[in-house]
Ligand binder design. Structure first.
Ligand code: SF4
Ligand code: F3S
Length: 106
């Protein structure tokens, strides 16, 4: 499966959603996750993300490993998102900000 990681937090551009052929993205208030039970590993979402937040599960950076389980957990609760939505007004200001994990809203 593919995994959405920390750079997405407060950016939430949703470009990834538009290209997913199986609608496996689920949306929360300021972050998106991929449902590992639905993802078909097509990889088309990866280059769409402006902050490079999406990785195959076997290439998730060492400091982002917790996002593998987090994607599965949140996908079970959050609704499917099938169409792009406007990103947060200040999304661009958060693009290069590190250590956003505690800002994830659930
Ligand atoms: Fe959807 Fe393909 Fe990305 Fe999986 S890898 S989330 S199926 S676009
Ligand atoms: Fe997040 Fe990137 Fe998609 S910022 S919503 S993973 S395009």
């Amino acid at each position: 499966t593919y995994v959405v990681t920390e750079p997405c937090i407060r950016c939430r551009y949703t470009d990834c959603v538009e290209v997913c052929p199986v609608d496996c993205f689920h949306g929360g208030p300021n972050f998106l996750v991929i449902d590992p039970q639905t993802c078909i590993d097509c990889a088309v979402c990866v280059p769409e993300c402006p902050v490079e937040a999406i990785y195959p599960d076997d290439e998730v950076p060492a400091d982002q490993q917790g996002f593998i389980e987090l994607n599965a957990q949140l996908a079970a609760r959050w609704p499917v998102i099938k169409r792009a939505e406007p990103p947060p007004a200040d999304a661009d200001e958060w693009m290069a900000v590190p250590d956003k994990r505690d800002l994830l809203e659930d």
